[in-house]
Design a protein around this ligand. Structure first.
Ligand SMILES: Nc1ncnc2c1ncn2[C@@H]1O[C@H](COP(=O)(O)OP(=O)(O)OP(=O)(O)O)[C@@H](O)[C@H]1O
Length: 481
């Protein structure tokens, strides 16, 4: 076919010349040009690109997979789906380059390879874009570094304060567990230090410089748990998750995943968790791609897992999988020998945090604390010390400074009966429902205080479900707790 101007140029030759000119132009104004075949092997690279990449002998890279030379290359993607990537920015040797990638097709339209152009300093107009990109890259790298630091363990095993023989043995077991790369199951009441010890085990293990990622299963709504664990593939959902997101297993890859309150896991998720623990593979929601992960799991629970298995609420195969190396954390009331050291440590922490002078314990206060049952364990002890410090300006805390705090927490240990009426020395006669509601409200407040606001643990102490507790918190307007 002739062209419209009537010269001897036909459309095919115009197309061919156009292509040649374009290629020559790109070759001239580009930092580099590279071509690959349908197997994504390099078939050609120009001298400029070879020099930019620091290749001493460009011919040596011919036949190599493109990613061996440019690790973050997307040329394979272009060959794979036959679609060009007309404008993209990529970092090569710490420099942002504007890149364009075009599929090469034969006469039948079959993709036989791809050609890529990398542009840098010649396109002045793209400079603001490139420098903005470099700025964002820098900010992202910094944020990632900060996040990685935050994910590293904050504590070591010696952060677990305890000098009683029982605590020394516990720390010894934890150190041994750190050396073995197996699953650990921490068993103990709420506030007994399971999470603290999990941090310590990670910090003493070979994974210390990799992330420590925690998830409190009781705090995640059932419907979100799977996404939280395994992630979501791009496009699986609309809205905020459209781009997909990594799950905790992926984030913890190479490191440790701490599964807190593992006994609260729904049965259906238990089955999936078991598979991941066995195979060390995850499948994000909405994806059919399986990804390998290398994660060490430390699980914790304050439930009697064996009982849950007997009740059919916890899978026995998962129980055995988690129970490889169980460590029991005894409640504080069974290791009262730790109280002095713990109080000293916690009072120092509180003083540092609040900026107030460090308090001491008078002998009568020590006796009162030693006689108490501590259902909320070390968390409750810390709260009690902090509250007592707020009630008085005296440096030395006395037994009476704890009276109201401890009696609130454990009704069975109260010297005074629980007041049903707010005023008057004797309980006023009033409608039963009102009095019962008051009592209920007080008990819920106490449970929340003794567990430091941990609702799952408070529900357990009260023997009610989390849902019921949440409802009652709303009913009694206890939201600030
Ligand atoms: N032996 C200890 N030495 C110092 N601090 C401790 C000790 N045990 C617990 N704590 C502190 O008490 C608080 C509660 O501990 P932690 O969260 O580890 O308990 P937990 O057993 O995981 O509780 P829960 O089952 O409610 O999640 C934390 O602030 C922790 O640092």
């Amino acid at each position: 076919m002739k062209s419209a101007v009537g010269s001897s140029w036909d459309a095919d030759s115009i197309q061919q010349m156009g292509m040649q000119s374009l290629l020559a132009l790109f070759d001239d104004s580009c930092e580099g040009t590279i071509a690959i075949d349908d197997q994504s092997r390099i078939v050609w690279i120009n001298d400029k690109y070879a020099a930019f990449l620091g290749l001493k002998a460009p011919e040596d890279v011919l036949g190599k997979a493109v990613e061996e030379v440019i690790p973050n290359s997307r040329m394979r993607e272009v060959v794979h789906n036959g679609k060009p990537i007309l404008l993209d920015i990529m970092m090569i040797r710490d420099q942002p380059l504007v890149v364009m990638r075009i599929p090469l097709k034969d006469e039948d339209g079959k993709v036989i390879g791809a050609i890529g152009f990398a542009l840098y300093d010649r396109l002045q107009r793209l400079k603001p874009l490139v420098s903005k990109f470099a700025e964002l890259q820098w900010a992202l790298a910094n944020t990632q570094k900060e996040l990685a630091q935050l994910r590293h363990s904050k504590y070591s095993i010696s952060s677990f304060i305890g000098v009683s023989p029982i605590s020394l043995e516990l720390k010894h077991r934890a150190r041994r567990a750190a050396q073995l790369d197996t699953t650990v199951l921490l068993l103990g009441e709420t506030g007994s230090g399971k999470e603290l010890l999990a941090h310590g085990i990670h910090a003493a293990s070979g994974r210390a410089d990799r992330p420590f990622v925690g998830i409190n299963i009781a705090a995640v709504p059932e419907t979100l748990l799977e996404a939280e664990f395994f992630g979501v593939a791009p496009g699986a959902y609309t809205g905020a998750d459209r781009k997909g997101r990594d799950g905790k297993f992926k984030i913890a890859d190479g490191g440790t995943l701490f599964l807190d309150e593992v006994g609260d896991m729904p049965l259906q998720v238990q089955a999936k968790l078991l598979r991941v623990l066995q195979e060390q593979e995850i499948e994000p929601l909405g994806s059919n791609k399986i990804t390998k992960v290398d994660v060490r799991v430390i699980a914790a629970t304050s439930h009697d897992l064996k009982q849950l298995v007997a009740d059919g609420k916890f899978r026995s195969d998962l129980y055995y999988r988690l129970n490889v190396l169980p460590i029991h954390l005894p409640p504080l009331r069974e290791r009262r020998g730790d109280l002095d050291a713990l109080c000293e440590h916690l009072l120092e922490q509180i003083a540092k945090r609040t900026g107030m002078p460090q308090r001491e314990l008078a002998p009568c206060a020590r006796e009162a604390l030693a006689a108490y049952g501590w259902p909320g364990n070390v968390r409750e002890l810390r709260n009690a010390l902090e509250q007592a410090g707020m009630l008085t300006d005296n440096v030395s805390l006395k037994a009476e400074d704890f009276a109201s705090i401890l009696s609130l927490v454990e009704p069975s240990q109260q010297k005074e009966p629980v007041p049903l009426a707010k005023d008057g020395p004797t309980p006023a006669v009033r409608p039963l429902a009102e009095a019962v509601a008051d009592l209920e409200k007080n008990l819920i407040k106490s449970a929340l205080e003794s567990t430091g606001g941990n609702k799952a643990s408070a529900a357990r102490l009260l023997g009610i479900s989390r849902a019921t507790l949440y409802q009652k918190i709303m009913d009694f307007e206890l939201l600030s707790n």
